[in-house]
Each structure stands twice: as structure tokens, then as C-alpha cells.
Design a protein around this ligand. Sequence first.
Ligand code: FES
Length: 619
Amino acid sequence: MSREHEIRVDFNPSGQSVYVLPGTLLLEAAERAGVAIENACDGRGTCGKCRVKIISGRVQSNDQPGLGREDAARGYRLACRTRVLEDSVVELPAIAARSEQHQVLTSRAAFEQLRLAPGIARQDFRLAPPSREAAQADAERLAAALGDCRIPYRILKEHPRQLRAMDWQGIALLRGNELIGLDEASSHAGIYGIAFDIGSTTIVGALFDLESADELAVASELNPQVKYGADVVSRIERVRGNAELLPELQGLVLDAVRRIIRQLSGQAGVSAGRIYRLALAGNSTMQQLLLGIDPSPLGELPFTQAFARHQRVAADDLELACNPAAEVLIMPQIGGFVGGDTVAAMAAAGIERCSGPTLLIDIGTNGELVLSDGQSISAASAAAGPAFEGARIEQGMRAAEGAIEKVAVKDGKLLINVIGDRPPIGLCGTALIDAIAVLLDLGILAPDGRLRDRSGMPAGITDDLAGRIVETSNGKAFVLAREQESGGDRPIAISERDISEAQLCVGAIRAGINLLLRRHGLRAADLKEVLLAGAFGNYIRKQNARRIGLIPNIPTECIRFIGNAALHGAVRILLNAAESGYTDRLASATQHFDLSMSPDFQDEFAQAMFFPTTCVADN
Ligand code: FES
């Protein structure tokens, strides 16, 4: 088909454009133009995340349940349900335009305690040049000088030339008894490694000096697989429906890992060829997709994983541009959806050493829950959904610039804090929790998730607060920033539909916690400590998370943040080769509790959907 038959679609404000055939879905046109539009509901038209504004050009839309009437009247359309019919100009939402900016949490202090033993050693050597009297083969003399090491083909084919160029002396790099590199005697080149947290939503990498344990750089990016669904279940379903998508999903995550490697080595001024070791922690689906292993069995009862023990893969096999001898360590997995990120978090927290009943909660797209009663450990994965990562919340976004991240009420006035100190364009998960907690405390929100009418406000509610209740196509909503305060073209609000998404998330996690406690014969009050892990977990305000029932009703001094524990766990195996065996033992000693098989789950979930009426008071 010639270009005359194609139409041009321009995307503002990014400036990208693309030629496509008339009738192409806007979402596809955006993808071909290299514009990332979130596709959280897999194109079902329900999440509203792909909302764009049509500035010019004729388009045709199918039903758009995730788009409000007012928005449709103002020219907005859902890119997943809209086809372009002629040359068009499309404006991307401010949220999409900023989606590449993330708050990333790492903690230098958390890595400082680690014992450094990455399993790669330097050894100086000096060989006598060959002579008539001693004309032994180069490889035999080198291996003998290094304690009978194994010389792989990659070095075998180069070493005669290298040894002569080095004048028979230098530094050998050894991994166990395998020779992995030869450096000049005068070389000061370092040995480096990268730990990765491969999240469903965000991928984070941290570059380390493997000889000093110094963290040199941290980088992250949005997991490009989000265009195949915000949660792992959607991605598994896509692969189950079309096996040819597996290489595409693997390629997307590996490309992100490659970009992060380039970014980290550039930031730290380190050659990627000096990276000898990578350690990756992700949930079961992400680890399998990254390795190109079909995750379909995770989508069918009894939710079977492909492997349990940690895996070692050559970086070359994954076409990662590091040293050709680099190896990639993949975390062990426990069972079902409880994967390597949970094992990594458990290792980082040292959960098996906790003296009393301890609950570890990692709140992400899945809520990973681990309970140790001091004798035995159980782990479960609650399908929390991505509400607290901004997905399925009409004006939700990740914790990036322009997101309302905090909501409070003081002297009858609403206060908000916005990341980047600028007019808000959406709200992130912490603000959603704050807003629900505040509205529950004020009596504006009932435990069943319904907002009161303006006319039915409890005594003492100011006009400022009462006036923020508005009617929308998603039910009543509470306005956090009025139109004139907003950085977009509409007020920022949370609707009853958003609140019910939060109820689903809280309900799944709380039901999981209650069932785990019951399995160990414990009550919430018996918990000595609750450890909150994950980038999100570390920004939430404990009292508010407890108020909405997301974490157990225990004094806040018993609730402790432990940072991005999945990344910290990956750092442990990066810096200490013996940790792989330890994480295998930890994973096999942990019992997988499959919540979906529990006959009590549905009842527990239905009850947990109601927000608590009260909470314990702190001193
Ligand atoms: S509404 Fe279009 S991707 Fe969800």
C-alpha cells in the first residue's frame, strides 16, 4: 500500500507522528509512533487509562465504558476503542507524558551490613616466556600458575596472543576455578555487578562495585510490558491466547534491562564490559517472562511454576551487553505467584531470625504476604490489583512529578502535597489511602465505601469540605484540587468507583492476612512486628494504611518500613555468592499458602471489603 493511502497522526505535546491506514486503532498508532500509552484493562475500555483528546481529525469510537459523559463531550476518547479515519492531531494526557518519571527507593544503609564475597577473585601471575628447554603449552602453564583452573574456549582462543602482548604477566580474574578474564598487570579496572528488581510496573537496577560493595548508580524505568496489561494475570492470559507473544514480552523486559545497564554504566563511568555479575528478583511471572519461559501454567489450576531453586544463566544467552563471562542469578521461587521477589524480601528482612510473630507485607500489583511465627513460615500472594499504583483509578498515576501524594485535613481545611511542588495532574496511591482515611475519620465516607450527600454531612464539617462533594458519571466524588488549582483541564477528584477499587485491593490483602494468621493460630494483636516492604510501602503513612484496614490494627510503633526489600535481597546474592544457597533453603522451608484454594477466602474477602469503623489509638 502506498503512502498516499495512509493518514498521518500527530501526537502532542511529544511531537511524534506516524502514518497509518485509515481505521487503525489509536492505541496501535501510538505504539507505532513510539508513544507509550498505558493499557491497563487490556483494551476493554474500562480503565480509562488510555484517555486522549482529539484536537482535529475524524475518528470513530466503539462503546467506551471507562469514559465519562463530560469528558466525551469535551473531545476525549479512549485510544483502545477509537479508530482514526483521516489525518488527526491527538493530545496525550499530562499523566502519560510524564509516566517515565518514577520515585525509586533504595537505601545505601541497607547494603552496608552485607558481607562481601561475590565469588570473583583477582590473582596476579607471572610466567616464564617459553624456551627450547621449557616449551610447554601456553594454556597448561597458565592453568598451573593459577592453581589448575579451567580455561573456557572464549579465553583459550585469545590467550596465546594476549599473554605475549602482556609480556607474560598480569592479573587473572577467577570465578571458583574458572578463568573469566585476563587484565594487564598495571590495570586498575574494577569488577562490577548489577542487582535488579523486576517489578510488574517498574524495573529498578543498582550498580555495585563488587570489590568495595559501594553502590555507584541507580536507574529505573516503567516495565514496557504494561501495554499488555497492568497486572501479571493479564499478561499470562495474553500469552495463553497467543504463544507468539512470549518472545515479544521477553524482548520488552530484556530491552528495558539493557537500557538500564547502559544508563547505569554511563552514570557511573564504568565500562559495561567490566560487569561480571547480575542478580534479578521478580515475581514468578516476571522471572519466567524474562527467561522466555511460558508462564501459561501459572494461569491454570494448580498455578504451577517452572522452577523452584535459584537459576544461573549466562548473560550472553540473554544477549545482555556485559562482560561475555557475566552470569545472571535468578531468585528461587516458593509456589504459584509467590516468587523470587518475595524470597528476596524475606532474605533482606532476615525473617527466619525474627524472634516473635512477624508479618512481612510487600504491597505491589500483587500483595505478597509472609508470616513467621518463630517456628514456621507461610507465604501467600493476594491479587490486590494495581489500584495503589494508580491503575484503575480514574485520575490515578504513579508517584511521579505532578501527583498528589498526601492528603490531610487541618482546622476544617483540606491540605494536599504534590510531588515536584507544582499544580497537580493526578493522584498516586499514598494520596488515595490518605484521602480515604481522612474521609472515614470525618464521617464523610461510610465503611461500605459510599460518600455522603452534601446535604447529609455530619456535624462540624465545614462548607469547604462539604462543597467538595460532586456528582459524576462514576457516582459521587470528592474533589481534592479544584479546576483552577489543577495542572490539567479538570478538577482532581476521587470517585466512589475509585474507592471501590481501593476496597478490592484492601479486601484482598486483609483477607490474605487474616487467613494466614488463622493458619498459624494467631490474632493480629499477637504480631510483634509488621514489616512493610516495596517502594510503595515505604511512602504510605502507617496510621492511614491501618485506618483503611490495609495493615493490621496494631500500634504504629510495631510497624516498620524496610525499603525496597526485593532489590536489597537481590543485592545480597550479588555481593555474596553463598547467599544463593541460603535463599534456596529459605524458599524451600516456606510453605506456600494458596489463597484461591482456601474455602474461607470468599467470605473473608467479602467482610474485608468494609473499611474498619475504628482503629487502636497510639500513645
Ligand atoms: S480503557 Fe483503554 S486501555 Fe483501558
